[in-house]
Design a protein around this ligand. Structure first.
Ligand code: FES
Length: 112
């Protein structure tokens, strides 16, 4: 899976602030960006447990717990630290999400 080219606009900063999670799908790449306090964090959208996108079969896209303290996989409940992607609970504990480097540039979130 090839990451989008550096400089690709993923979403607006306002959208990420409003939703907390933004999915990005293009050219076979599946990723997501979450808001970690005031930083965007990007990861490839594939759970280390079985490679599925973390959203499960839910229509509503929310990749964080209600407290917004960790990322959660909707399939079997694996939980991941937002800043490192390390799995801290569930069937793939000790494994980690693949990082997808992103940053905020003004009013946008872009791929690095
Ligand atoms: S697919 Fe994520 S916990 Fe099983």
């Amino acid at each position: 899976m090839t990451h989008p080219p550096s400089g690709t606009v993923i979403c607006s900063w306002a959208d990420l602030q409003a939703t907390g999670t933004v999915l990005y799908r293009a050219d076979g790449f599946e990723g997501f960006v979450i808001l970690d306090d005031y930083l965007p964090r990007g990861y490839v959208d594939a759970c280390p447990h079985n490679g599925m996108p973390l959203g499960g079969d839910q229509e509503e896209v929310d990749y964080q717990t209600r407290e917004q303290d960790v990322i959660i996989c909707r399939w079997h409940g694996a939980s991941f630290l937002k800043d490192t992607g390390e799995c801290i609970g569930g069937p793939c504990a000790g494994d980690r999400l693949e990082p997808w480097p992103v940053e905020r540039r003004g009013d946008e979130v872009v791929a690095l």
